[in-house]
Design a protein around this ligand. Structure first.
Ligand code: 5GP
Length: 204
C-alpha cells in the first residue's frame, strides 16, 4: 500500500503574498507537491487560464458543486465563491502525493476540521503597513476594496492560532525555503517513519 500523502495548507491574510509564494514554490524544480486548482466564480484576470489558474464557474455551477458535496471547503470572499474540489485532493493523497492548497482563512479552518492531520502553515506579513503597501501597489483594487481587505486582514491575523507553523513573508525565496523545510520535517516525523521500519522487520 502506498503511504498517504500530506495535505499542506498555506493560508494567511489577504495581500500577504500567498499567490506569489505559491507560484514561486511551483516554479522550483525540487518542489514535490501537487497544487490543487481551486474553483471560483470570480472573473479571470488578464493572463489567467481556465483549468490552470482556476476552474472558472458561474454561481449556479458553484452552488451545484456545494449541493453535491464536491468541495472539501468553500468560502465567499469579497463577493465571489472560492472552493477546493474534494475528489482531486482525496485521489492525490491516496496516490501518495502531497497536496498543496493555497486558500483564504475561512476555508483553511474548514479543512482543519475535515483533515486535522493536515499541515497548516500561516503566511504572515512582516507588518500591517507593509501589507497595505502591497495591496495598494498591486493596483488592481479600488479604495473601498482595499479598506475592506485591510479590515479582513486584521481579523485574519488573530486567526494564527489555528495553524501549526507561521512563516513570515519578508522575502519570497526565504518563505519558500521555510515552507519546504517544514514539509520535509513533517515527512520525517517519527509517527510517519516508524511504521515503515516496523514493516521492514516483519518482512525479514
Ligand atoms: P484571488 O481572487 O486574488 O485569486 O484570490 C483571493 C483569495 O482567495 C486568496 O486569499 C486565495 O488564497 C483565496 N483562494 C483561492 N482559492 C481558494 C479556495 O479554493 N478556497 C478558499 N477558501 N480560498 C481560496
Amino acid at each position: 500500500m502506498v503511504e498517504r500523502g500530506l495535505l499542506i495548507v498555506l493560508s494567511g491574510p489577504s495581500g500577504v503574498g500567498k499567490g506569489t509564494v505559491r507560484q514561486a514554490l511551483f516554479s522550483q524544480e525540487d518542489t514535490d507537491f501537487e497544487y490543487s486548482i481551486s474553483v471560483t466564480t470570480r472573473k479571470p484576470r488578464q493572463g489567467e487560464r481556465n483549468g490552470f489558474d482556476y476552474f472558472f464557474k458561474t454561481r449556479e455551477e458553484f452552488e451545484e458543486m456545494i449541493a453535491q458535496n464536491k468541495l472539501l471547503e468553500w468560502a465567499e470572499y469579497v463577493g465571489n465563491y472560492y472552493g477546493t474540489p474534494v475528489d482531486y485532493v482525496e485521489q492525490t493523497l491516496q496516490n501518495g502525493k502531497d497536496v498543496f492548497l493555497e486558500i483564504e482563512v475561512q476555508g483553511a479552518l474548514q479543512v482543519r476540521n475535515a483533515f486535522p492531520e493536515g499541515l497548516f502553515i500561516f503566511l504572515a506579513p512582516p507588518s500591517l503597513s507593509e501589507l497595505k503597501n502591497r495591496i495598494v501597489t498591486r493596483g488592481t483594487e479600488t479604495n473601498a476594496l482595499i479598506e475592506n481587505r485591510m479590515k479582513t486582514a486584521k481579523i485574519e491575523i488573530e486567526m494564527m492560532d489555528a495553524y501549526d507553523y507561521v512563516v513570515e513573508n519578508d522575502n519570497v525565496e526565504r518563505a519558500c525555503e521555510r515552507i519546504k523545510a517544514i514539509v520535509l520535517a513533517e515527512h520525517l516525523k517519527r509517527e510517519r517513519v516508524a511504521p515503515r521500519y516496523k514493516k521492514m522487520l516483519e518482512v525479514e
